[in-house]
Design a protein around this ligand. Structure first.
Ligand code: ZN
Length: 347
């Protein structure tokens, strides 16, 4: 990720301030953040940005800072306005979001916040044991990518606890992999595969002008600032293979009631009409190529006219059981452990 790479580069520069290369390139000037409390007792420095905050505020919210300061008073050769300076290896952006959240209590509210703020709260929440910040970030991420079908099927079409922005899905996946939040990944991968343009569709010059090789899953999604959010090859591979498996399972499970040589129900009372309806549906859903979006689709979104009441009832039963089956299989389809195991693995 470009952002990650630039952060890494900055960190390397921080570490090499004393070497030969830095003698030719003077270190960047230290900037003072907006988070500068006049009565603060300690100065945190992340990259080239300083934050003057209260030591008691840090120890109140973070077990790591609490332990750090209980062992010894922060001592530093360098002081700013009488406050010792503590150098941290985190990005200035992450630190700003986390300190803002602590001082402004943004985690008490459930209004949507920018994804970089959620990412900072999870990253530094894990690292410094800012428990409330971490829990808030987990709530926001898990609520958008639940691990049960019951929660999934009532989600609105857009994010509710994070501000939608370009590249957010890929950024969320990378964050979850980085921080070991595995339980949100199957639902996130399922969303990823919905945008894959099938080579068959491209050949037939259907809906999208994209060539298969230009799929965002390979090329990346543009963020609002113009940089690209990209997926690692391992995720691309899991999505491509998972999509194929979902298409097979979808035909056998959710849409399994269409896979019949005769009527859906043994009690069918209009056999010719029901068979015709099924044949027409197969033609609509399967041609020119099937799309994976049907596997979790609610019965109410499909509910075909033309089936007798007995076939309709039986089709609905198979459809609902198939959706549940698809959901239960979703983690393994993308190469993960089952849901229960994934939930236990979450840090
Ligand atoms: Zn029938």
């Amino acid at each position: 990720m470009p952002n990650h790479e630039s952060t890494t580069l900055k960190r390397k520069r921080t570490l090499s301030q004393g070497d030969e290369s830095s003698q030719n390139n003077p270190p960047a000037p230290i900037a003072r953040s907006d988070i500068w409390m006049d009565d603060g007792s300690i100065v945190l420095q992340a990259e080239f940005t300083q934050f003057r905050v209260h030591r008691t505020m840090l120890t109140r919210h973070s077990n790591i800072f609490k332990d750090m300061f209980s062992v010894s008073q922060p001592s530093s050769d360098l002081t700013v306005e009488g406050c010792p300076v503590v150098h941290l290896s985190d990005s200035a952006q992450d630190m700003k979001y986390v300190l803002s959240a602590l001082y402004d209590q943004t985690y008490i509210s459930r209004v949507a916040i920018p994804f970089p703020a959620v990412a900072a709260m999870l990253r530094l929440g894990n690292k410094y044991e800012f428990i409330q910040l971490r829990e808030d970030a987990l709530f926001r991420l898990r609520s958008e990518f639940p691990s049960t079908l019951k929660e999934w099927q009532v989600l609105p079409s857009d994010y509710t606890h994070m501000v939608t922005q370009g590249g957010i899905l890929y950024d969320i996946i990378n964050l979850a992999l980085e921080e070991g939040l595995f339980s949100i990944l199957p639902a996130a991968y399922y969303l990823c595969i919905q945008d894959i343009v099938s080579p068959a569709n491209t050949l037939l010059k259907l809906s999208s002008p994209l060539r298969a090789g230009q799929n965002e899953i390979f090329s990346g999604q543009k963020r609002n600032d113009g940089t690209l959010a990209t997926l690692p090859p391992s995720v691309q591979k899991a999505c491509i293979l998972g999509r194929e498996e979902i298409l097979v399972q979808q035909a056998q499970a959710t849409l399994g009631w269409l896979d019949v040589d005769s009527e859906v129900s043994d009690n069918c009372n209009q056999q010719h009409s029901c068979a015709t309806t099924c044949t027409q549906l197969v033609s609509i859903l399967w041609k020119p190529v099937p799309e994976p979006c049907r596997s979790l689709e609610k019965w109410s979104q499909l509910d075909p006219r033309g089936l007798c009441s007995a076939c309709r009832e039986e089709a609905k039963r198979i459809h609902e059981a198939g959706r549940q089956h698809m959901w239960e299989k979703m983690p393994q389809i993308f190469g993960f452990l089952p849901w229960d195991e994934l939930r236990k693995l979450d840090r």
